[in-house]
Write a protein that binds this ligand. Structure first.
Ligand SMILES: N[C@@H](CCC(=O)N[C@@H](CS)C(=O)NCC(=O)O)C(=O)O
Length: 341
């Protein structure tokens, strides 16, 4: 039974249907096209969402904008391709997108079996529970027997199945297609609880329901959900460009380089790391096959990681998430830029 469940879950994640198309040369290819095709969520506030003018915004969007800034010197050279949980991996394998940046949890099976490579974590998350305050639950265990709504094709089904087994507590599970349907099901009372990445729940609570104060996100996190972009296998140069573009945003935060002071830092900073990061010394861009001003373009156009975080999911957003595990290691978080040397 469990094996059947795992197989069904694997199919739902697109794992079994993995043709594993290897396509080296993504850099040449995007240069020819003049844009980077970026696979994003159809609409998840804080991560990837088109505003009323059709401009895509969010933390996942910024990962693609950073790569476009690095490659073209222009963060706007991105074509956004909205993807569902179910079709996201195939879209990357087939070459429909060059980067998958869609609140995707990095896991063993996804890294090792679907012809893809995880780049690095841009948001450390965990599976949480959103309930109506009238339900009067202090933690997940108080919810025994409740109807829990979740989205299909995500890591959450297996997480919750594992958790129920380990804790000997049963829920009624309802699997739904889209976040919109999930919100409607929660509002209509079809489900007592919604379970998802807690950032997604914060996004729903912040902007998806009419009365945010009627809902609460329980403190429990039943899984680790390290979210981050993925690229195709067998294209190390592209993997390097995407990874180091993201790393540059973290390093900039650590070194105190911001979109506002980057030019000044380039002109004046005597910090060797800053000089290498901004392309004054070291030829780091050339080593990636791109311009030495790559990171300068990223920081000026997209900002450092803190700027992107606060604007999209932190204080400057409706999600209002603390940095928590997404803070720099030097302040007790998990974000640790690999040295620029
Ligand atoms: N991080 C999880 C969840 C990602 C995911 O797809 N989440 C749901 C909501 S948390 C979603 O975006 N659903 C909308 C859709 O599939 O269009 C994963 O990678 O499996």
């Amino acid at each position: 039974m469990l094996r059947l469940f795992v197989l069904a879950a694997a199919l739902a994640w697109g794992l079994a249907a993995a043709p594993g198309v290897a396509q080296a040369g993504t850099l040449d290819n995007v240069r020819q096209k003049g844009t980077i095709a970026c696979g994003v969520n159809v609409g998840l506030g804080g991560f990837s969402m088109a505003d009323s003018a059709g401009v895509w915004k969010g933390l996942d969007v910024d990962a693609c904008r950073a790569v476009a800034a690095a490659v073209f010197g222009d963060a706007s050279k991105v074509r956004y391709v909205p993807l569902t949980s179910a079709n996201r991996f195939t879209a990357l394998q087939s070459g429909e997108v060059d980067i998958l940046s869609r609140n995707t949890t990095l896991t063993f099976l996804r890294d090792a079996t679907v012809g893809l490579r995880m780049v690095m974590t841009n948001f450390y998350d965990g599976q949480g529970f959103l309930v109506r305050k009238t339900v009067k639950a202090g933690n997940v265990k108080d919810l025994a027997g409740a109807t829990v709504c979740m989205l299909q094709g995500s890591t959450h089904e297996l997480n919750l199945a594992d958790w129920m087994k380990q804790n000997n507590i049963q829920f009624q599970l309802v699997l739904l297609d889209t976040t919109d349907v999930l919100i409607k099901a929660l509002l209509s009372g079809r489900c007592d609880v919604a379970s998802s990445d807690s950032s997604n729940l914060a996004s729903i609570r912040g902007a998806g329901v009419p009365n945010p104060d009627d809902f609460v996100i329980l403190p429990d996190r039943i899984s680790k959900e390290p979210l981050g972009p993925m690229v195709r296998r067998a294209d190390d140069q592209w993997l390097d460009i995407v990874r180091w573009s993201m790393m540059a945003m973290l390093e900039a935060e650590e070194a105190g380089v911001t979109s506002a002071n980057a030019d000044d830092m380039l002109a004046r900073s005597t910090n060797p790391t800053v000089q290498r990061l901004l392309g004054k010394t070291g030829d780091f861009g050339k080593l990636l096959g791109i311009d030495n001003a790559w990171a300068l373009h990223i920081i000026k156009q997209v900002g450092n990681y803190a700027e992107s975080y606060e604007r999209n999911v932190g204080k400057g957003s409706s999600l209002k998430l603390d940095r928590g595990p997404n803070d720099l290691w030097s302040r007790g978080g998990l974000m640790y830029p690999i040295p620029f040397r």
